[in-house]
Design a protein around this ligand. Sequence first.
Ligand SMILES: [Zn+2]
Length: 148
Amino acid sequence: MRAIRSANTLPELVVRRHLHAQGYRFRVNVSSLPGKPDIVLRKHNAIVMVHGCFWHSHSCSLAGELPRSNMQYWKPKLERTRQRDEESKKELLALGWRVLTVWECALVEGNGERREESLMSVSDWLLSKSKQGEIEYRASDTAVGSRR
Ligand SMILES: [Zn+2]
C-alpha cells in the first residue's frame, strides 16, 4: 500500500499550487501529526487532506469507475485506509486543528469550472471558522449503478 500510494499525487499538487499562488504558507506531509497530514497551515490552525477517491473509498462515481478486479484482495486494505482516515481526523480535531478533506473528484479537470470552484471553496473554508469540512463532487453519482 505504502509503495503504491505516491506521496505527491497530482490532486494534492493542484491544491498546493493554488494555495501557494494565493499566498498561503504551509508545510507538507507532516509526520509529527496524526495521519501525516498532506498540508498543514499553522497560521490558520488548519489541515487540508487531499484524498484519492478509490484509495480512500469515496462514494462517488470516480471511485466507482476505477477497475474493480482483485477486489477480494484490495477490500481489506481499502477498509483499513478508511478507518485510519477517520481515526487521524478525530485525533487532529481533538488536538484543536481544523480539518478539511478535499476529494480527488472535486479536482478533476475538464468539466466546466469544477476544479476552480473547488479550489475557491478551499480558500473560503480556510478563512472561515469551520472546524471541519469536505469538498467533493457527486453530481453524476446516479449515472451508472456502480456504487459499492
Ligand atoms: Zn470522489
